[in-house]
Design a protein around this ligand. Sequence first.
Ligand code: ADP
Ligand code: SF4
Length: 684
Amino acid sequence: MSRDSRYDILFEPVKIGPITTKNRFYQVPHCNGMGHRFPKAMAAMRGTKAAGGWGVVCTEECEIHPTSDLSPAVEMRLWDSSDIPTHRLMTDAVHENGGLAGIQLVHNGANVPNYFSRMPPLAPSDMATTYRHPLQARGMDKQDIRDLRRWHRDATLRAKNAGYDIVYVYAGHNMTLLMHYLLSRYNQRTDEYGGRLENRVRLVREILEDTKEAVGDTCAIAFRFAVDELMGEDGMRWNVEGKEIVEMLSDLPDLWDVNIAGWENDSLPSRFGAEGSQEKYIKFVKQATNKPVVGVGRFTSPDMMVSQVKRGVLDLIGAARPSIADPYLPNKIKTGRQDEIRECIGCNICVSGDFTSTPIRCTQNPTIAEEYRKDWHPEIISPKKSDASVLVLGGGPGGLEATLALSKRGYDVTLAEASDELGGRVVLESRMPGLGEWKRVADHRTYMIAQKPNVETYLNSRLTADQVLEFGFEHVLLATGAAWRSDGVGRSIIHPLQATVATILVSVDHILKGGVVDGKVVIFDDEHYYMGSVIAEHLRDLGHDVTLVTPSTMVAEWTENTMEQRRIQQRLLEKEVRVICAHSLSVVGDGEVTLACEYTGRERHIAADTVIPVTTRRPDSMVYDGLMGKSDVFADTGIKSVTRIADCHAPGTIAMAVYAGHQFAQELECEVSEIPFKRENYQP
Ligand code: ADP
Ligand code: SF4
């Protein structure tokens, strides 16, 4: 297919200092939980993005010195020349696939624990470290400043040696030392590096000049700068100091990479903001510099990208999450296949990899971080091994992904879905407040499957085990999902709760399917992800009196890993949902429930007409159990395998269901070793 000419502008080259990028697609730095620990996996992931058409592909943040040791988070390191071969893997992978490689050098100042290096963290002035751990950062003296400049310069030279085309000076989040120098709330120095803004900018200017002087003949120098922190006058504001800083440094860097801080504002989940939401903060930058500008906004729509360029907001379309969800996004637009883009849904599951110090994962793209260790590719999959046909039961995220990937392999697939719509839980959940974009998980796969001649889809087809046996498909895949328990059994409730005359127990599914409830609602959240909070929000919007009770000390605790927790709790409190933390729910009484403090066991009673437990789900294994009970007739009916995956196997996230579906398709009729991935072990 040929490209839509409206998008030609996205494929224009852009000059960045001494280099030129072939198009406007720019993968900005993003963490991935692989870095220095799994360098081959990291390099393969970056190389795949370059192959997918991203003109520039950057590293994650890269520590320049052991005083900036982010352990246990896994980032890149360039502490000395022994780190260079690791980086060569990345630059070679990007160059071989036609991209330019950028490196985001960082010193994280007071934002590091230095657990591994055991060195005191550094800051402009003595201060608490910026996250909770019992060590302060020490204020830097003049020798420290000279050292920092030397470390940065040395790392810059090593970066050039490693083959990078773009070298960053990084003050793009409020977790970097250079940003701490810019911010008066951290920089309380009284010398020429503190006080008025010109002084606070001095170190950034010096490091930009050092970097340019060291490698500026061949490498472009990017400055990543957070123009706003969304905290009013206590922080950076785009229309006050943010603007002044851009004007002061205007043409010093070769490229402005601008965003808002902290990271939770920058990588805003779709629940709290739409595509392009940073525009109002960063659009002034192009007026203040002659150099190209890149920025992010979870851009997945080529029309939006074109609009950003044509309206003079950005020169380069920056992307972290859209490039994770679809590494081939640029090539799809280039070849007129923009309808095939696997659009990021803004769930921030990708961030959870970094927060748990494990390789990145993505709800939309099950192949991310599996390019090296499993040889998975986001677009290419090995052909089928036989002419066997496959029956997939269940059109949720697991069944849909399996169907799509199996059909790409060339298998004939029959997909049977009990309801009148494909998408399973995704369709239901995406109707809840803020989760609308999540439907993209189903929409993308439904669209792709509809193009496949080797897939037959049957809606309104709830199959039984006997019917499956009659059909005689060689491979049967069960992705029949799970149902929320209404009896509360989960982590803290062991014995099923009993409803009473005046207080009923209602399942999450009842609400998701549009069911109504009566009176005062108590939601008991012992799952700790998003569901408790969206049900609370939904019922509050309908006018109910809602109390959310959780044994955790905060609402939706696990969403700290997706950087949503603060906003979720804030939203519930603003909507006047009553929040009771650190309490378990033990008894349902007539018109009330009994709660017990997690620490003291002290009991209290609160009014409740309806109780909605958000605890665990029961896998729907009816068909699976039915089939396994008759496994002796498999040979006669032609069945070679029966497999269950995803929520009907072990209920989990949508990302896990998609991954399980993809894994099934990848591995069907293939030999899989007991440890099903390559490891990066020490080689003597
Ligand atoms: P997962 O997340 O594992 O993909 P979901 O719960 O989202 O699971 O989707 C499971 C889908 O399977 C639902 O759309 C449900 O209607 C469908 N389903 C359940 N049982 C059957 C069955 N016996 N035959 C066909 N479809 C089924
Ligand atoms: Fe987007 Fe979610 Fe994938 Fe992250 S995990 S890239 S937010 S779809």
